[in-house]
Design a protein around this ligand. Structure first.
Ligand code: NDP
Length: 318
């Protein structure tokens, strides 16, 4: 079988990369050779290391996921590293894709790079409208520059470089470190530890009132593969669950308690920082392309993630 497309996935060992690998393995990949990269294959902050990767694999297509990624508390104290590392990674990947004639690049932004003060729901046209939330401005400005670069590569060189904007992602292979993880994996680790220690109080930082849209990594993987194969715009596309599927952090905590069958109490620590109150995004552009896409129900996705963590907690990122 000839493989016309050679697709490299930067960040292939991460939460989203692992989910894409699973979907590609399950659904088949006729005519496509997929290569999943991690930082072991080379530091993408370094131009020469990135060049070696492009010379070695000669990709025709790139899914660019690699990034320095972290939760609220890690971002708050490391904005400079988030800014610089992500700018270097993105510049190297996009420039080498251009230099080596890659036909299409799909990069990843995030709904948390949108303006802090905004109208709702957020849509794709609003990325650059106003400053991001001060807690994660380093990550946000580095991500926003991907969209600026995509347009510049397209205008000057005709490149098809585009980006997707996922809402909060969760699933197997997430980063379950208590200090620098996102909310769902962080709470999974915390509740697991609470149960292990035989304690009966599950402490959640913040009031629990904040609203978030969460997408299961396996649903996001299917959508990113669809974007690679079918989406031809340079403009970004939001990949999120529907607005009605938004949940509070309290609901997240309750769903975790159910999945773990925890019999104790949830205690909200209202003195702690909790980030933006909400960042509701519309997926109406996605729905125009894929009106019938079925997202995995939140309770099932949480249960699958908890079950994966219980079975893999020794090897899970911590
Ligand atoms: P992870 O933190 O799970 O994985 C990060 C990946 O990037 C890993 O494969 C890591 O390799 C690789 N990486 C990091 N730094 C470098 C480097 N300097 N050189 C080479 N590779 C590197 O990320 P996610 O899967 O969660 O995120 C994927 C993308 O989706 C990112 O661009 C992120 O910004 C975006 N996104 C994520 C969201 C989320 O909720 N998780 C929400 C919205 C967008 P290694 O394993 O070797 O360290």
């Amino acid at each position: 079988m000839s493989e016309d497309k050679v697709i490299i996935v930067t960040g292939g060992s991460g939460l989203v990369g692992k989910a894409i690998e699973k979907i590609v393995t399950e659904e088949g990949k006729e005519g496509e050779k997929w290569i999943f990269l991690s930082s072991q294959d080379g530091d993408l902050c370094d131009y020469a290391a990135t060049e070696n990767i492009f010379k070695k694999y000669k990709p025709t297509h790139v899914i660019h996921l690699a990034a320095m990624v972290g939760g609220l508390f890690h971002n708050l104290s490391h904005n400079l590293e988030f800014l610089r590392n992500n700018m270097h990674i993105n510049d190297n990947v996009l420039q080498l894709s251009f230099e080596t004639g890659v036909k299409k690049v799909v990069s990843c932004l995030s709904t948390c790079v949108f303006p802090d003060k905004t109208s709702y729901p957020i849509d794709e046209t609003m990325v650059h409208n106003a400053p991001p939330h001060p807690s994660n401005y380093g990550y946000s400005y580095a991500k926003r520059l991907i969209d600026v670069a995509n347009h510049a590569y397209n205008e000057q060189h005709g490149c098809t470089f585009t980006s997707v904007i996922p809402c909060n992602v969760f699933g197997p292979h997430d980063n379950f470190n208590l200090e620098c993880s996102h909310v769902i994996p962080g709470l999974i680790r915390k509740l697991y530890n609470t149960i292990e220690k035989g304690e009966d109080k599950f402490y959640v930082l913040g009031s629990g009132a904040q609203l978030r849209q969460f997408i299961y990594s396996r649903d996001l993987a299917k959508l990113i593969i669809w974007v690679l194969r079918n989406y031809e715009e340079v403009e970004p596309i939001i990949l999120s669950v529907d607005e009605q599927a938004e949940v509070t952090i309290k609901q997240v905590a309750e769903e975790l308690v159910k999945s773990f069958n925890f019999k104790g109490d949830i205690v909200f620590d209202k003195t702690k920082s909790e980030g933006q109150y909400k960042k509701t995004a519309t997926n109406s552009k996605l729905r125009k392309y894929l009106p019938n896409f079925q997202f995995t129900p939140f309770d099932i996705a949480v249960k699958e993630t908890v079950d994966w963590f219980k079975a893999n907690h020794k090897i899970a990122r911590n």
